[in-house]
Ligand binder design. Structure first.
Ligand SMILES: [Zn+2]
Length: 108
């Protein structure tokens, strides 16, 4: 788990750590660990940690819901951006904005 954040209500540092989040000892506010930017550690198919700005390669042919065509294995996505949700990789392939799951890419 990342370092404990400051309380989002009163901004005091060093909150108490509970099972799934934090509790502020000053104002009593409780919040889940995932709150904040909502993005946990994102790992690629090989277990490498991905970060904003990384280049990745798609390792699996993907069908894109609701869109024509898809993404072929081997396609490159440059300068990814990590976003919250179960499709945390946001970027462009061949000029098209796409979000995909982290386990379908590897760091280039
Ligand atoms: Zn507080």
């Amino acid at each position: 788990m990342a370092d404990a954040p400051n309380c989002p209500i009163c901004t005091m540092p060093d909150p108490l750590v509970s099972d799934d989040g934090f509790e502020c000892a000053i104002c009593g506010h409780e919040w889940l660990a995932e709150l904040g930017d909502g993005i946990g550690e994102v790992l690629d198919a090989n277990g490498n940690v991905l970060a904003d700005g990384d280049d990745v390669t798609v390792i699996k042919d993907l069908k894109l819901d609701g869109k024509s065509g898809g993404v072929k294995a081997g396609a490159k996505m440059k300068g990814i951006r990590l976003v919250a949700g179960d499709h945390p990789i946001d970027g462009k392939i061949n000029g098209r904005a796409i979000v995909i799951r982290a386990e379908f890419v590897k760091k280039a």
